[in-house]
Design a protein around this ligand. Structure first.
Ligand code: DQA
Length: 139
């Protein structure tokens, strides 16, 4: 199985950014632990702060990847274009958020991705990604 993880803006700062909300682990450290735990899965990781680059990556992997774990970060709440990109591909997308976006500001309650995602995992910290992988193994 191959899983593509796509992270959106500011997630390159994980570990440093608002650690009270997002924790103190960097994504590189976390990715190493995922690769170790799920050694049979081929993970590809992409992060960008630029909306169009995220769309290009969704197009690039969206016809060959078994699954995409997508945390579009703040673009989740604003980007019709990322929602349309997810709608346009074949690979199933699991929407991931570390924080519980529904217990935060109102603008974080809206997602352009949820209506076109296979599933949604929110609020389990960085382990939301791991739960996303587990959900795919069990399906
Ligand atoms: C986030 C939640 C978003 O509202 C926020 O803009 C992020 C991270 C999360 O993983 O909890 O950057 O997607």
């Amino acid at each position: 199985m191959n899983i593509d993880i796509i992270n959106g803006p500011n997630l390159n700062l994980l570990g440093k950014r608002e650690p009270n909300i997002y924790g103190s682990t960097t994504f590189d450290e976390y990715l190493m632990s995922l690769k170790k735990e799920f050694s049979k899965i081929k993970f590809e990781y992409f992060q960008s702060n630029i909306e169009g680059e995220i769309i290009d990556q969704i197009h690039k992997v969206g016809f060959s990847s078994d699954y995409i774990l997508l945390n579009a970060a703040a673009y989740t709440h604003t980007s019709v274009a990322i929602g349309d990109a997810v709608r346009s591909i074949n690979s199933p997308v699991i929407e991931i958020h570390m924080s519980n976006t529904f217990s935060r500001e109102d603008f974080r309650h809206k997602s352009y991705i949820t209506p076109v995602a296979k599933g949604l995992i929110v609020g389990f910290g960085i382990d939301s990604y791991r739960l996303g992988v587990l959900s795919l193994l069990n399906n």
